[in-house]
Design a protein around this ligand. Structure first.
Ligand code: CUA
Length: 247
């Protein structure tokens, strides 16, 4: 309890509203279950002490159906209640679609790198063809050169987003199950082959944050990470312009 209360291993400060909600829910769950744990242990200690061996004769009792129903119901209410409260922190962000003006960025994972794709000035992602995937040939995602929508797509190795703007990530994998996790966002999403999984967030603090893979995905898993750069709107515009320019 001391290690928890003294915050020996504090989480890094949250950088989104959803992350603050998740922290609050996490703390609240710890307080409730912590209190229940301490009370249960005190009750156990009391019973062990109260009914200790003083030479009296042991007596068989069948227990109490009423009490059984009572504490089973209390446990049920506590757990289901915490689950319902947790909806705000988790499902609120997961089960609602991203804002219509969210910036879409595609996240592709493979052993053992993250690749990010921006739709470019036309706002449309080009068609992908698995047969064209070739990192040595400079086309790690397999963008079809015959699709005009893909010609201005921006493919980069790190994720840059503007601060205070809703971002929608489309998470996919080229090989095995990976994961996209940013501690400061309290956001973790598996990347599953064959699926395009949307997640959204709005980062409210400029900075550089680490993206890590939290699914054991092979020998290089331990070093699979990327970086999330949250920048000002003007820096973001400059980033996009620069990327378009050099291609
Ligand atoms: Cu990718 Cu672990």
């Amino acid at each position: 309890m001391y290690v928890l209360v003294a915050r020996w291993y504090p989480a890094p400060p949250p950088i989104s509203r959803d992350a603050v909600l998740a922290d609050r829910q996490y703390d609240f769950t710890l307080y409730v279950t912590g209190a229940a744990f301490v009370l249960a242990q005190l009750g156990l200690a009391w019973a062990a002490f109260r009914y200790r061996d003083r030479g009296q004769k042991a007596r068989f009792i069948r227990g109490s159906v009423a009490l059984e129903i009572l504490w089973t119901s209390l446990t049920l209410v506590a757990f289901v209640g915490l689950g319902i409260l947790g909806r705000n922190a988790w499902a609120g962000a997961r089960f609602t679609p991203a804002a219509p003006d969210a910036i879409q960025i595609e996240v592709t994972t493979n052993q053992f790198v993250y690749t990010f794709r921006y739709p470019g000035p036309d706002g449309k992602f080009g068609r992908l063809d698995p047969a064209l995937v070739s990192a040595p040939a400079g086309n790690p995602l397999g963008i079809d050169p015959n699709d005009a929508a893909g010609r201005d797509d921006i493919v980069v190795g790190s994720l840059t987003v503007p601060v205070d703007r809703p971002i929608e990530l489309l998470v996919r994998s080229q090989d095995v199950v990976h994961n996209f996790f940013v501690r400061e966002l309290r956001l973790q999403q598996d990347a599953v082959p064959g699926m395009l999984i949307p997640v959204h967030f709005t980062a409210d603090r400029i900075g550089s944050y680490e993206i890590v893979c939290t699914q054991l995905c092979g020998l290089g898993h331990y070093k699979m990470h990327g970086s999330l750069n949250v920048v000002s709107q003007s820096d973001y515009d400059a980033f996009l312009k620069h990327q378009v320019f050099i291609q």
